[in-house]
Design a protein around this ligand. Structure first.
Ligand code: UD1
Ligand code: CA
Length: 468
């Protein structure tokens, strides 16, 4: 036998049992669409095997959403796409692949994987392929496992030269008692697929073309029984999605701990599977870390922080209750407690953002400080500038957003507002309580408050005493 394989990932199903309109393949599990987990495993298998391999993903239901997924996918160049027009079953989905990607007929083997089993890894693919390779007489192998609750799975019926698979809906009472079930991962000789696929009928309870019909008692096929069912846990319902989502996140936390990340309470965090955290970082309980977040080494994340699609460099500190989305925090910076960094924010090295400070689409230079109760929007603040308590960039005029630029080594006193667009130079000083409407040059002093008035003895006019 030769050395080439077509890997087909079936992802066109509607996911009727999920009760949502999103195609099941795009249902999010620990921050990633279900199909992406299977794509990752297939790419690893293809890369690490000595085979000539090509990956095809069969999609269908909700073309708009799937096209968007496909067009923006970071691994787009590693796979091809095929469209199944109507969801007429798994055998029909495989046919759609050969129709759209006819080069798949030329590969010696065809590996079929389902998109709704995100815990699958390269290792199961390897084991299955090995079995096929070592038994040249076989035309197909299927991964199976034993489960106490076989509900929903196709049952393995031993007999003839190997076995056949009977779907739950079509199984009789005795067949339903069988605990060895089909995982829906197969390696087949492409020649076997070619001779049988076109003959599969849809005369069954679902009226669908079943791929499982490639396995019959008269064919030389073998089931490879895996010890653990976990890698094959399939998702058909939202309850199963919740269960597998939890397992996926637990797996991510276990891996991070092996890699040297300290979780003070590993069971009380929500960490999505693509999150990266460096050695020596400490994560307190109650943190949610999502999306493409990258945290460097030696970072402290205190309790109840929410961090999404952000990048945090080494030795930074994110103190309790902070909310970061689409933000960049550079080394040794301190954020919070209870700070909010919105998309497009970059906090420079050694800079400090204190409590109740909101920063949006702004860049702070090295060592800049905004320590208390402030709003910084559409701004640039230079190195080592110090912004006092209660500062506001008035960036919005009701229709448009305007920019504020503050230079380096500038001091802004407490309770100031600057009306953007505005520029404040380097080494400038703005007196507390100022409303600044005109730009201030380098080295200048700015003050914008009404002069103070003192009226001797006049307080009694204003002091009120309670009548008893
Ligand atoms: C399938 C198997 C069943 C096995 C189970 C394991 C068949 C007939 N049955 O059942 O024996 O125990 O997986 O999880 O194959 N899909 C398409 N186009 C379609 C229909 C489905 O691409 O027209 C895709 C789905 O997106 C999914 C996969 O095929 O990724 C499996 O389909 P699903 O409907 O979930 O099959 P099960 O009923 O779980
Ligand atoms: Ca399924």
């Amino acid at each position: 036998m030769g050395n080439s394989i077509g890997i087909v990932i079936l992802a066109a199903g509607k996911g009727t049992r999920m009760k949502t309109d999103t195609p099941k393949a795009l249902a999010m599990c620990a921050g990633k669409p279900l199909v992406d987990y299977v794509v990752d495993a297939a790419i690893k298998f293809a890369k690490n095997s000595s085979l000539k391999a090509e990956i095809g993903v069969v999609v269908g239901h909700r073309k708009d959403l799937l096209e968007n997924w496909w067009n923006t996918h970071s691994m787009k160049s590693s796979m091809k796409i095929a469209w199944q027009k109507e969801q007429n079953g798994t055998a029909d989905a495989l046919k759609a692949c050969f129709n759209d990607l006819p080069q798949f007929w030329t590969y010696d083997y065809t590996l079929v994987a389902c998109a709704d089993t995100p815990l699958i890894t390269e290792s199961e693919f390897n084991k299955l392929f090995q079995m096929m390779k070592e038994n040249p007489d076989l035309v197909g192998v299927a991964a199976t496992f034993e489960t106490e609750v076989p509900t929903g799975y196709g049952r393995i019926i031993e007999g003839g030269k190997g076995f056949k698979i009977v779907e739950e809906k079509d199984a009789d009472e005795n067949q339903r008692k069988i605990k060895e079930v089909n995982s829906a991962f197969y390696v087949l000789k492409t020649s076997h697929v070619k001779s049988v696929l076109g003959q599969i009928s849809n005369k069954n309870k679902s009226g669908e073309f079943y791929l499982t019909d490639l396995f019959q008692h008269e064919y030389s096929v073998k089931s490879v029984k895996f010890k653990s069912e976990t890698p094959f846990l399939g998702i058909n319902t939202l309850a199963q999605l919740a269960q597998v989502d939890q397992l996926t996140r637990d797996k991510a936390v276990q891996k991070l701990m092996i890699d040297g990340v300290r979780f003070l309470n590993p069971t009380q965090v929500y960490i999505e599977s693509d999150v990266e955290i460096g050695v020596g970082s400490v994560i307190y309980p109650g943190c949610t870390i999502m999306g493409k977040t990258k945290i460097g080494t030696g970072v402290l994340v205190e309790s109840n922080c929410f961090i999404k699609n952000s990048s945090i460099s080494e030795n930074a500190e994110i103190l309790a209750g902070s909310y970061l989305e689409g933000a960049v925090v550079l080394d040794n910076a301190t954020i919070g407690p209870m700070a909010r960094l919105r998309p497009g924010t970059e906090i420079g090295p050694d800079a400090k953002i204190g409590n109740f400070v909101e920063v949006k689409k702004s860049k702070l230079g090295r060592g800049a400080k905004v320590s208390h109760l402030s709003y910084i929007g559409d701004a640039e603040i230079g190195e080592n500038s110090n912004i006092g308590c209660g500062f506001i960039t008035c960036n919005y005029d009701g229709a448009n957003k305007h920019k504020t630029k503050i230079g380096s080594n500038t001091f802004i006193g407490s309770d100031c507002q600057v009306i953007a667009p505005i520029e404040i130079g380097n080494d400038a000083f703005i007196a507390a309580g100022s409303t600044i409407t005109k730009s201030i040059p380098d080295g200048a002093f700015g003050i914008g408050r009404s002069p103070q008035v003192i009226k001797e003895g006049a307080a009694k006019k204003f002091l009120k005493t309670k009548k008893t």
